[in-house]
Design a protein around this ligand. Structure first.
Ligand code: C2O
Ligand code: CU
Length: 473
């Protein structure tokens, strides 16, 4: 249990959040003790101590270099793309101070953190906080739970597609797998122009050949980036023969689902969206916007091999990084990738899923669709957020969402503040396949607050495919 000071400080964070104001630790002095003795003037130690990790981010406009000689003006954290890695050990307390040096308001969402008791730290403007004004600062603080490969990104408008994103890695105290080294691969689209909603008309957005109108979509990407690099100057992952490397894969793209594979190597999938699964060897896997997979690769085929990333159902050129053995001469070997593709049914959580089994207390049917002809909205049950009813739930309930996709495009649906069971896996983002695809998720309402539920295709979210999920009192 956390002490009352902690709570009151969090309340202060909350009210600061709601006021959209800045919070500077020193300001708190005056609000706690009426008549402090000199010694007591120091802030009392909260029971969890000072945060274990502190980071400082500044959101700025900056030049993003994607290959030698190729750059564009993006928005980044600390001038880096992907943004600086935030790393902690599970259970630690993390504090991130963000300074907004942009000309627009912004927020940060900690994608994958459940934020138990910390709904106000979730970074959804108008739902959990007022957006941070230009020139202002905001302090986020949260528990590093659960362990896994996560990420952070702006949750305002289309800012994610301007590259306001970075990896958030929470190390588990007791991994269920063995590995020697690790590398994080952030997959993204190369969009050197200003992001804006477009209506797809057969240019690869999934409506090809259907004629007539279209759905709101992303502008076509000009390439695929791995750790911010185009394939002509790829990111390199070093391995030693005989070692095992854990790859942490993050799809940070606004719109593209990717298929990833490594020539001549297996991917042994070990985690999805953080939680551990029974290791399963595959040749390739599909990863939707917002999803993460961890895979262990055994280095037993010396050389320099392509790590291939291909956008599914899009004509965008593929991305590539290199798996480079230490004794390799650097010449890239073109090998083969087999056809075993990871299926949702291959994923089996290590943690017990008992509490998610049995009949739900509340079942909610959600139809995901758009307007077939020239519409400018994506909808859930015919409503486009923010003009949409909240999906209210109650503390303690076992909740089931039954999602049915009445559109030809995939929707990577993400629930904030919870992990859910889908099939036999525990995830926070899941692709609902196009063309009448159906996915059912179950979760336990054990984290009261107002949470966001939305499609992680940024342009679908922006044009309505989102809902608030508040806990009723
Ligand atoms: Cu990664 Cu609501 O987002
Ligand atoms: Cu979608």
């Amino acid at each position: 249990m956390k002490d009352t000071y902690t709570t009151s400080r969090r309340d202060l964070l909350k009210s600061s959040a709601l006021a959209g104001g800045t919070l500077i630790a020193g300001c708190l002095d005056t609000t706690i003790d009426n008549d402090p003795s000199p010694d007591e003037r120091e802030l009392p130690e909260p029971q969890y101590g000072d945060p274990d990790r502190e980071y400082q981010l500044s959101a700025t406009e900056s030049e993003v270099i994607v290959a030698g000689g190729e750059s564009y003006n993006g928005w980044t954290y600390n001038g880096e793309y992907p943004g600086p890695e935030i790393r902690a050990v599970e259970g630690e307390r993390v504090r991130v101070t963000i300074e907004n040096d942009l000309s627009e308001e912004t927020t940060i969402h900690w994608h994958g953190m459940v934020l138990d008791g910390d709904n106000a730290m979730d970074g959804v403007p108008g739902v959990t906080q007022a957006a941070i004004e230009p020139g202002e600062e905001f302090v986020y603080e949260f528990d590093a739970e659960p362990a896994g490969t996560h990420w952070y990104h702006s949750h305002v408008g289309l800012q994610l597609d301007r590259e306001l994103l970075g990896p958030l890695i929470i190390e588990e105290r007791d991994p269920h797998i063995e590995y020697d080294t690790e590398a994080t691969l952030v997959l993204d689209e190369y969009l050197p122009t200003e992001p804006r909603v477009e209506t797809s008309n057969g240019n690869g957005g999934g409506m090809g050949g259907m004629g007539g109108g279209g759905f709101p979509d992303a502008p076509p990407a000009e390439g695929t980036l791995i750790n911010g690099r185009l394939p002509d100057e790829p990111a390199t992952v070093d391995v030693e023969e005989g070692s095992r490397i854990r790859l942490r894969l993050i799809n940070a793209a606004a719109a593209a689902t990717y298929e990833i594979g490594i020539d001549d190597h297996d991917l042994v999938v070990t985690h999805t969206d953080g939680p551990a699964v029974e290791p399963v060897p595959v040749d390739t896997l599909e990863i939707g916007p917002g999803e993460r997979y961890d895979a262990v690769v055994e280095a037993r085929s010396p050389g320099t091999w392509p790590i291939q990333v291909r956008a599914v159902n899009k004509s965008t050129s593929a991305g590539r990084a290199l798996l480079d053995y230490d004794q390799s001469d650097g010449d890239v070997t073109e090998g083969e990738i087999g056809s075993r593709q990871l299926q949702l049914s291959d994923l089996h959580a290590i943690d017990s899923l008992d509490e998610y089994r049995g009949e739900p207390d509340r079942t909610i049917d959600l139809t995901l669709s758009g307007e077939m002809m020239g519409g400018d909205e994506w909808t859930i049950n015919g409503q486009a957020y923010p003009d949409a009813d909240p999906i209210s739930i109650e503390e303690g309930e076992h909740v089931r969402f039954r999602m049915a996709n009445r559109s030809p495009m995939r929707h990577p649906m993400h629930l904030h503040g919870h992990h859910f069971v889908v099939g036999d896996a525990l995830k926070d983002t899941v692709i609902v396949p196009g063309h009448m695809g159906e996915i059912t998720i179950d979760f336990v309402a054990d984290n009261s607050g107002a949470w966001f539920f939305h499609c992680h295709h940024l342009y679908h979210m922006e044009t309505g495919m989102a809902r608030e999920v508040p806990y009723e009192k």
